[in-house]
Design a protein around this ligand. Structure first.
Ligand code: FAD
Ligand code: SF4
Length: 512
């Protein structure tokens, strides 16, 4: 039997299960990596995402060669099928091993390949929880609660634990982590890199190629400053831990004009390519806390660890637990198409303008920008969940199907009817005004609900609650909010509904 290994673009770790299964014989194991152009053109992906993935793949191929693996690399291939068939035949491969893809559509793509050898999928070991372990946890619980899962995760991997109890006596310090950005915040630096020759080659090629015209219309390719190797990703992690982790918590939800990174870690692109493993991330953060207990707040470190071993693992687990129709869910029956400004950034709503411009330039926005501005707007304005999911998928540097469906369809838009979140993350301008400085420089008034200056987040918000009152009243946590809706006069509610409809006709060219 001759075994070959196909390393997918988001599986760039020498410890991944398919490579590990042949680790004893690298010199006798053919390994293939393929850049597929048709895959890169399946949607208008952010140009920096294409550069990141292809550059990281090329660097990883070099790393494997240096470790003596027999690597074949196919740059800019049209599809996966042709290079795989050629390589399998040339190398006389009888069994092709692939670590199970994180994304369902890619698993289907593999199933549909026609290859002259057996294909064997090995369990994906790039997450803390295997799919089977998550499923076993889920079936043993009546309700899927992230907080329960997170506690189990802390116990299981013994992170921030004192025996069987949480360090500091509490599991969750979230209440201490929601400060608005008042006064002049002194924000820390983030670590960035200049492109090396491999990265620059890809940038130049994409700039010249006529394959990416749509992508070029929307996204900036330069300056490209992301890490592209495991070694650089480890530097990013280390730099974050020693400069921004101690202050991660308090301003985790804050949004400030011109401040992209604040105290965020910027590690999602590297975790999602497997350049970093979540276990090493949480262990490094936990260890750094133990070494600096007298100076660091536990709330910051706990807040960060909850994101990685709580939210990230939970989203991945739920994705593989849900049915294949999950991406098509549309609980509110929202059908408005995506306004063009999501692509161009050209809108007079300052919060959206600032964040969309930042996404255009980098492919990145932090969690609250994604949740409480971008997807909040899509939710309350009634945009089609599938249209907005496709946009997020195209726009973000760290976007993959497993993390998109759960975050956009589930968390952001509540289109799954509450599988993932206990109530919709819907908010008026009040929230954005409290947690950002965007409203000071906006042409709209964050206070007005109707009239020329009314912030669209206001009339859309109240109209959303009004339109979906019946559905929302079945969500226990919405009772208090619906009572506030009742305090608004029927005439004002009607005026807001009218203004929302007019906005749609004007901005989207669609009947409201
Ligand atoms: P930090 O704020 O420093 O957090 C640390 C890490 O925690 C992140 O790197 C990430 O790996 C993990 N994390 C935190 N929350 C989540 C979550 N809800 N789901 C998964 N991981 C989480 N994350 C992606 O990786 N890819 C996406 O395409 C993506 N799209 C999103 C779309 C929407 C509408 C929403 C609400 C969230 C989305 N997220 C996505 C989750 C989260 O916003 C990003 O992981 C985070 O902003 C990445 O920036 P960071 O590395 O600086 O994160
Ligand atoms: Fe955004 Fe409204 Fe604030 Fe303007 S007033 S920045 S549109 S929330």
């Amino acid at each position: 039997m001759t075994v070959g290994v196909w390393v997918l673009g988001d599986q760039l770790w020498t410890g991944q299960s398919a490579l590990q299964s042949c680790a004893g014989e690298p010199a006798n194991t053919p390994v293939i990596l393929i850049e597929s152009l048709s895959h890169g053109q399946a949607m208008p992906y952010h140009l920096q995402k294409l550069v990141l993935v292809w550059s990281a793949m090329r660097h990883f191929a070099e790393e494997l060669r240096q470790a003596n693996w027999q690597v074949s690399y196919y740059p800019a291939a049209e599809t996966f099928q042709a290079p795989l068939t050629e390589w399998v035949t040339q190398q006389g491969i009888t069994e092709l091993r692939v670590m199970a893809p994180s994304d369902r559509p890619f698993a289907q793509l593999i199933q549909a390949l026609d290859l002259p050898c057996q294909v064997r999928l090995l369990p994906n070991n790039c997450f803390l929880w295997s799919r089977e372990d998550f499923r076993a946890w889920a079936v043993s619980h009546k309700r899927l609660l992230m907080e329960d899962f997170y506690r189990e995760s802390r116990r299981r991997f013994q992170v921030l634990m004192d025996g069987n109890q949480p360090l500091g006596g509490r599991w969750n310090f979230d209440q201490e982590n929601r400060k608005p950005p008042k006064g002049g915040l002194k924000t820390p630096q983030a670590l960035w890199f200049e492109p090396d020759a491999i990265t620059q080659d890809i940038i130049d090629w994409i700039k010249r190629s006529d394959r990416f015209q749509r992508h070029r219309q929307y996204w900036q390719i330069e300056p490209f400053r992301w890490a592209v190797t495991r070694q650089q990703a480890l530097q990013v992690l280390d730099f974050f831990i020693h400069t921004r982790l101690p202050g991660f918590g308090p301003y985790q939800d804050a949004m400030v004009t011109g401040e992209m990174t604040l105290w965020h870690s910027m590690i999602s692109p590297y975790l999602n390519l497997s350049l970093l493993h979540p276990l090493e991330v949480v262990q490094a953060a936990g260890q750094a806390y133990l070494e600096n207990q007298n100076d660091w707040n536990l709330s910051s470190v706990e807040g960060f660890i909850r994101q990685v071993m709580g939210w990230r693992e939970y989203m991945h687990g739920v994705y593989h637990l849900t049915d294949e129709d999950y991406p098509q869910r549309n609980w509110f029956d929202h059908t408005h198409s995506l306004p063009e400004f999501f692509w161009t950034g050209e809108t007079d709503m300052n919060c959206l303008y600032q964040i969309l411009t930042q996404v255009k330039q980098t492919g990145y926005a932090h969690h609250i920008q994604r949740l409480m501005v971008l997807s909040n707007f899509a939710l309350i304005a009634g945009l089609s969940p599938q249209a907005i999911e496709s946009w997020f998928h195209a726009a973000f540097i760290d976007a993959y199907d497993w993390v998109m469906q759960t975050n956009v369809i589930g968390m952001g838009l509540f289109a799954d009817g509450g599988v993932l979140a206990s109530k919709p993350y819907a908010a008026s301008a009040n929230y954005i005004n409290r947690m950002s400085d965007y409203c000071h420089q906006c042409r709209y008034s964050a206070r007005d609900r109707t009239g020329d200056n009314a912030c669209p987040f206001n009339f859309f918000y109240w109209d959303f609650l009004d339109r979906h009152r019946e559905k929302l009243s079945s969500q226990g946590r919405m009772g208090f909010i619906l009572k506030n809706l009742d305090k608004i006069s029927p005439a004002e509610r009607q005026a807001m509904g009218q203004q929302a409809a007019e906005w749609h006709s004007r901005a989207l060219g669609v009947e409201g």
